[in-house]
Design a binder for this molecule. Structure first.
Ligand code: NAD
Ligand code: ZN
Length: 380
């Protein structure tokens, strides 16, 4: 048994003291895990847009000081009371949403929206006692989406931890704990394009390119990337995107452009922008009779989806997905195996790499739109 079990661990973490201000590397105290919690040693983490949104805290509830980070991989250091499925040394991915395996959603094969552990961006404390496990000189530092992986050690609810194949390289599979699985699952689990079909992807960021990777895996013959930013197109070629459409280049709605390109509409479309007009276009560009559109992007608070009901009567289907419909504990180990069997490529998503001491650089890369995923090595 490790000498740290049951004790407070002092370690380095990147603390966000204020909204929009650079993170500061601090020595933090990490309390031992309580009932149904595990303490993880984080080896690799990555930056996702959601971290940046909540760090900027424009329009969201500001919770500071806080430790961000939710895409990561690590090793179980110790376990709390009642934890039976994990043991010290297990290789794991922490996840921002959970799977308690006990609620009506977890018991349904159709849902991954666990009642107990579903994402809650306003909560900065653990469920067990409503307190934080992080502190500096006795003052609490708050958690983020139950993961807080910008710390060498973190405490996570056992329901938010996927145990994975110990042979999997953690500096690759870490990116499966959020955006990449979301896009991949949106295609493979929800849109389900038949082999040889046409798929439109709206938004060619990391999530959209993961959706394109799903379309490639499903055997789509045509993958049409739609983005307002033409700088996204060269990169998207590496993801098997065959055609590019910039809505700004046309004086008619993009759904009409796509219908003309495909003889009436695409078979599937996946919206990964968060823009309400793109969501409507993504629905209206699918073929009547069989087309399916999937909304993945997170809209603004006051957005409303408007389309003529005839679009539904003519047998188009609109769906939405959360985390690509993957159940974190049950399904993520299977996605890791897809990578291990070389069915899924992850390397092409990892465009940048920094050490923990340079974590602020990863924010700059993302804010400048240069990175898909920047991984952060905790020991460098
Ligand atoms: P990103 O900002 O890197 O990429 C979005 C792309 O969309 C950009 O290239 C942008 O130019 C393009 N775009 C914006 N408006 C457009 C429009 N009207 N038409 C065409 N292209 C447009 O973002 P990302 O990290 O890839 O995430 C994409 C979306 O997925 C975000 O809204 C994010 O919040 C959401 N998301 C959802 C889930 C979920 O579970 N549903 C999980 C993670 C992320
Ligand atoms: Zn549940």
């Amino acid at each position: 048994m490790s000498i740290t079990v049951g004790k407070v661990i002092r370690c380095k973490a990147a603390v966000a003291w204020e909204a929009g201000k650079p993170l500061v590397i601090e020595e933090v105290e990490v309390a031992p895990p309580q009932a149904m919690e595990v303490r993880l040693k984080i080896l690799i983490t990555a930056l996702c847009h959601t971290d940046v949104y909540f760090w900027e805290a424009k329009g969201q509830t500001p919770v500071f000081p806080r430790i961000f980070g939710h895409e990561a991989a690590g090793i179980v250091e110790s376990i709390g009371e009642g934890v039976t499925e994990l043991k010290p040394g297990d290789h794991v991915l922490p996840v921002f949403t959970g799977e308690c395996k006990d609620c009506q959603h977890c018991k349904s094969e159709e849902s991954n929206m666990c009642d107990l552990l579903r994402i809650n961006t306003d909560r900065g404390v653990m469920l067990n006692d409503g307190k934080s496990r992080f502190s500096i000189n006795g003052k609490p530092i708050y958690h983020f989406v139950g993961t807080s992986t910008f710390s060498e050690y973190t405490v996570v609810h056992v329901g938010c931890v996927a145990k994975i194949n110990p042979a999997a390289p953690l500096d690759k599979v870490c990116i499966l704990s959020c955006g990449i699985s979301t896009g991949l699952g949106a295609t493979l689990n929800v849109a389900k394009p038949p082999k040889g079909s046409s798929v439109a992807i709206f938004g060619l960021g990391a999530v959209g390119l993961a959706a394109a990777e799903g379309a490639r895996i499903a055997g789509a013959s045509r993958i049409i990337g739609v983005d307002l930013n033409p700088k996204r197109f060269p990169q998207a070629k590496k993801f098997g995107v065959t055609d590019f459409v910039n809505p700004k280049d046309y004086d008619k709605p993009v759904q009409e452009v796509l219908a003309e390109m495909t003889g009436g509409g695409v078979d599937r479309s996946i919206e990964c922008t968060g823009n309400i007009n793109a969501m409507i276009s993504a629905f209206e560009c699918v073929h009547d009779g069989w087309g399916v559109a999937v909304v993945v992007g997170v809209p603004n608070k006051d957005d409303a989806f408007k389309t003529h009901p005839m679009n539904f009567l003519s047998e188009r289907t609109l769906k939405g997905t959360f985390f690509g419909n993957y159940k974190p504990r049950t399904d993520l180990p299977i996605v890791v195996e897809m990578y291990m069997k070389k069915e899924l490529e992850l390397e092409k998503f990892i465009t940048h790499e920094v050490g923990l001491s340079e974590i602020n650089k990863s924010f700059e890369y993302m804010l400048r739109g240069e990175s898909l995923r920047c991984i952060i090595r905790m020991d460098a």
